[in-house]
Write a protein that binds this ligand. Structure first.
Ligand code: SF4
Ligand code: SF4
Ligand code: SF4
Length: 324
């Protein structure tokens, strides 16, 4: 076993440990769930979460392992998040962060601030991940998108989705317009919440009916306004993916992308489409090592490791802290 294979896992372990320790020491109210049940339990949780991050980093270093480990870890995050929410709603208050209930659907990241006229913690958190990791919110950090990832299975259809841009643009504009109207007419919070909940349920129906059939994340690609926002804002972060000159145009990688970002045209243009989330699944499909990460002038493999370091660390920290 080469020693350098442990560099990334070790860095992830140290970063998560330091970050969560700072939270454990500095915040008066226990943020780590174990600390709420046993005094000092937070320290044990930090070791468990940091070890989890290190194992995921170790496994995901190999691009072939990325699709499996991304699916498993993203699903786990969603189960832990919604599991804590259900326990909290059943009366186990320790599983809630603030206890201030808000609908756990991504649309609220945009709709909440437009309706209330002020930024929410969730929106600030979301924007911070864009700055740090570009589109990774939609490949690893969103508790809702994990369901669409599961629903879409593993065999995406090769044809590009028709009218994608028009549907996405109309969708986000409609969400903003409806939310402004709700605010304008002082529609009570309860009614606004019921409308938002209906939007969330509509999203789940789309996952069941369309994502499964297309093998692509139709909910995230066409319905969710936050996915569109991510597509627009992600260039603020310098990480990119490109296809190198050694590409043979075999098109094998197209069947690895559930984000409709790697169709024949994209491969000819040598870069994925705007819906790419830098998830890295396609690297496993290319036997020529032609798909590469870019971050300023870093070597592609170093850029990929840096991306893994950031995304896995943030994912593990969210796993420890994200709850309502
Ligand atoms: S598109 Fe929406 S539901 Fe899908 S991962 Fe992004 S924020 Fe979550
Ligand atoms: S092009 Fe590759 S990295 Fe981008 S979304 Fe598709 S599979 Fe993920
Ligand atoms: S699998 Fe690799 S070589 Fe084949 S088209 Fe995709 S990037 Fe090019």
């Amino acid at each position: 076993m080469k020693l350098h294979a442990f560099r990334l896992p070790l860095s992830v372990f140290i970063f998560i440990s330091v970050f969560l320790s700072a939270i454990q020491v500095n915040l008066p109210h226990p943020m780590l769930i174990a600390e709420r049940f046993i005094k000092g339990g937070g320290w044990l949780e930090i070791i468990v979460i940091a070890t989890y991050g290190a194992v995921v980093a170790y496994k995901m270093q190999n691009p072939v392992n990325v699709p499996y480990w991304r699916k498993v870890t993203w699903t786990l995050f969603s189960i832990v998040f919604f599991g804590q929410l259900i326990l909290g709603l059943l009366g186990f208050e320790k599983f809630l962060m603030t206890g201030k209930f808000h609908l756990p659907i991504p649309m609220m990241i945009l709709g909440g601030p437009v309706y209330r006229g002020q930024l929410s913690v969730m929106t600030i958190l979301f924007l911070s991940t864009i700055v740090l990791t570009g589109p990774a919110w939609c490949s690893q950090f969103c508790y809702f998108g994990a369901m669409d990832n599961l629903a879409s299975g593993s065999k995406p259809k090769k044809e590009k989705l028709p009218n994608r841009l028009a549907i996405k643009t109309t969708g986000i504009l409609l969400v903003i317009a409806v939310t402004i109207l709700l605010r304008w007419f002082n529609v009570p919070v309860l009614i606004a919440t019921i409308i938002a909940a209906g939007f969330g349920i509509g999203g789940v129906i789309i996952m069941v009916l369309f994502s499964r059939k297309q093998g692509k994340m139709i909910h995230c690609l066409l319905y969710c306004p936050i996915g569109t926002l991510v597509n627009v804002l992600k260039p603020a972060n310098p990480f990119r993916l490109y296809i190198d000159n050694n590409c043979t145009f075999c098109m094998k990688c197209t069947s690895n992308c559930k984000y409709d970002a790697l169709n024949q045209d994209d491969i000819r243009k040598k870069k994925p489409d705007t819906t790419c989330t830098l998830c890295g699944d396609c690297l496993a499909g290319c036997h020529h090592n032609a798909i590469k990460y870019k971050y300023f002038s870093l070597k592609p493999e170093t850029a990929r490791r840096l991306y893994l370091f950031l995304t896995i660390s943030i994912h593990a920290i969210f796993l420890a802290l994200a709850r309502i």
